[in-house]
Design a protein around this ligand. Structure first.
Ligand SMILES: Cc1cc2nc3c(=O)[nH]c(=O)nc-3n(C[C@H](O)[C@H](O)[C@H](O)COP(=O)(O)O)c2cc1C
Length: 198
């Protein structure tokens, strides 16, 4: 199966400079490219949006950055989100980004088309022992139940993240990195079968 037209997007639900989840997303891009897949890293900190408020939307419309991020998602058919866990849940930054993008409307497209016509995979990194997997469950609920997205059942967690990465961004645990590679390959295959080219 040729996956040459499949494009994967990797981003994290954190804008923090030293974010472990951004490291995980960047590693995903490196692994994807090393395996012949086109991949993009995005920092959602580069797409600042106000806290969602329906009155603000009525007054000012959708923020340009929400439209830009929706357009970025659209040129990829597989999307990996590295999800930090805040109090066993999704980060406000990620939820706010997903919410604003869900309000974007494009003529001729059904609402939420950008979510319904991509395949998602989720992972997480946390300094804690569970690797942030509880937060991933919340993100899954938002994507699947709220936004109608297809999310792969696999989840990839990096526990004890403060000590999990080598200086070059690779995971010290090679078995774990191999598991991540398999998830990325599965995401690419699923995106290709279901959606072909973006
Ligand atoms: C408000 C808040 C709540 C947090 N709650 C959790 C938690 O429930 N579980 C966990 O593993 N880590 C929790 N953490 C720690 C984060 O996992 C840690 O800050 C991590 O570095 C955030 O991801 P990032 O490195 O990608 O920014 C919390 C951090 C903050 C600021």
């Amino acid at each position: 199966m040729s996956l040459s037209s499949t494009k994967l997007l990797f981003f994290a639900g954190s804008a923090r400079d030293a974010s472990y989840n951004k490291r995980l997303a960047r590693l995903g891009v490196e692994i994807a490219e090393a395996n012949g897949l086109a991949a993009t890293f995005a920092d959602i900190g580069d797409y600042p949006m106000p806290l969602y408020d329906a009155d603000l939307q009525a007054l000012e419309g959708i923020p340009e950055n929400a439209k830009k991020f929706e357009a970025l998602m659209k040129v990829h058919t597989g999307i990996f989100i590295a999800c930090p866990e805040y109090n066993a849940s999704i980060t406000p930054l990620l939820k706010n980004t997903l919410d604003w993008v869900s309000r974007v409307r494009v003529e001729g497209e059904e609402p939420l088309a950008v979510y319904k016509t991509r395949v998602f995979a989720l992972g997480s990194a946390s300094p804690g022992g569970m690797g942030g997997l509880r937060g991933v469950n919340t993100v899954r609920t938002v994507l699947e139940l709220g936004l109608g997205a297809l999310v792969l059942p696999d989840q990839f967690a990096v526990p004890k993240a403060a000590d999990a990465f080598e200086d070059n961004g690779h995971l010290k645990n090679k078995d774990s990195q191999e598991t991540f590679k398999k998830l990325i390959q599965k995401l690419a295959r699923a995106a290709h079968v279901l959606h072909g080219s973006p």
